[in-house]
Design a binder for this molecule. Structure first.
Ligand code: NAD
Ligand code: TYD
Length: 360
């Protein structure tokens, strides 16, 4: 029998790369990594795996059906872990087409290829196969201050082009299980943070700007709430769901860690004051309120009791321990930040923040 292996999509991005690195550190099962290397995909994230025969990187698009068919036939994975997506809400507001293409059409293409491949497997292979779809809590919409956190039964109410495209992909995954019997699992996770996150997202953007003495842009009143989870804990949850999740089920993954954005930014400033004091003064002096994001969801919070109860998963990091690790990682990996802040990155920052200043 051939050794087991898994196919990961989007494994050069933030969460996918963390997943692949953790996976190969913990187990000896090979990974085929399919990634289109968009602005968010970065081979430097996988530098540690250079020369490691257990990691097969394929530069390609999940919308390319012939390529996906070929990879499945050649490598015969026992599971597909689908991370690839356009993932940034602000970009989805500026240009939604790429989100519909990758998140909806790309997921559809993978599901169809997976279904064709799964139909060629023998009974044991079919029973063992898994299609694990990595999604977001943003599909559930926005909570009021007193609303209970999102349970898996919460109605979908996506508000941004990003969350709408992820919601569409979740529905396709669900339907491929109910209609065709494809053995699927879906995870809906809250905001992640940690090493290798592209500095367009709040936490790495604030760290990078603070180190450069640039303004720290806070959208609106800074009181929007997110439920932050350390990326390594998300990766551990995905491994548990893959191993023992019930077929066709969805699992919400979160850190029981709701915080308003302004508190996140102040925490980062305080850590930088401790670890890398700036002679010009406390980093919080750089906080700058800017015009709000259109349609900005007010609050996300995850009820993670199902995954805790059924699979025994719990986050290992507190926010205090996770954010300290994260700030330390960015401090020791400033070359990584400098490399991703290419010309294209500078164009994005100019487009997203131009004309939004409303003062400190
Ligand atoms: P990311 O933007 O950092 O990485 C996405 C990766 O997908 C990149 O490597 C990119 O090159 C690749 N990709 C994009 N389009 C592709 C295509 N058409 N074909 C092949 N590869 C393509 O995203 P992330 O933050 O790592 O998110 C990974 C997944 O987790 C996404 O599905 C996202 O919706 C979900 N998620 C993210 C968060 C978060 O806080 N970042 C939270 C919950 C869920
Ligand atoms: P982000 O990291 O883009 O994740 P998401 O929108 O998917 O939750 O943003 C996290 C929160 O931080 C969100 O409420 C928007 C806010 N934010 C800012 O206040 N300023 C910024 O420059 C960015 C990028 C985000």
């Amino acid at each position: 029998m051939e050794p087991d292996m898994i196919l990961v999509t989007g494994g050069a991005g933030f969460i996918g790369a963390n997943f692949v690195l953790d996976w190969l550190a913990a187990a000896d099962e090979a990974v085929v990594n399919l990634d289109a290397l968009t602005y968010a995909g970065n081979m430097e994230n996988l530098a540690r795996l250079q020369g490691d025969a257990r990691h097969v990187f394929v530069h390609g698009d999940i919308c390319d059906r012939a390529l996906v068919d070929r990879l499945l036939a050649e490598h015969r994975p026992r599971a597909i872990l689908h991370f690839a997506a356009e993932s940034h809400v602000d970009r989805s507001i500026h240009g939604p087409a790429a989100f519909v293409r990758t998140n909806v059409e790309g997921t559809f293409t993978l599901l169809e290829a997976a279904r064709a491949y799964w139909n060629t497997l023998d009974a044991a292979g079919q029973a063992a196969f898994r299609f694990l779809h990595v999604s977001t809590d943003e599909v559930y919409g926005s909570l009021g201050p007193e609303d209970p956190p999102f349970a898996e039964t919460k109605a979908y109410e996506p508000n941004s082009p990003y969350s709408a495209s992820k919601a569409a992909s979740d529905h396709l995954v669900r339907a491929w299980h109910h209609t065709y019997g494809l053995p699927v699992l879906t995870t809906n996770c809250s905001n992640n943070y940690g090493p290798y996150q592209f500095p367009e997202k709040l936490i790495p953007l604030v760290i990078a700007n603070a180190l450069a003495g640039k303004p720290l842009p806070i959208y609106g009143d800074g009181m929007n709430v997110r439920d932050w989870l350390y990326v390594g804990d998300h990766c551990a949850a995905i491994r548990e769901v893959l191993a023992r999740g019930r077929l066709g089920e969805t699992y919400n993954v979160g850190g029981w860690n709701e915080m308003p954005n302004i508190d996140i930014v102040r925490t980062i400033c305080a850590l930088l004051d401790e670890l890398r004091p700036d002679p010009a003064g406390p980093h919080a002096r750089l906080i700058s309120y800017v015009q709000d994001r259109p349609g900005h969801d007010r609050r996300y919070a995850i009820d993670a009791r199902k995954i805790e109860r059924e699979l025994g998963w719990r986050p290992a990091e507190t926010f205090a321990s996770g954010i300290r690790k994260t700030v330390a990682w960015y401090l020791t990996n400033q070359d990584w930040v400098a490399h991703v802040q290419s010309g294209a990155y500078r164009d994005w920052i100019a487009a997203n923040y131009a004309g939004r200043e409303v003062g400190a």
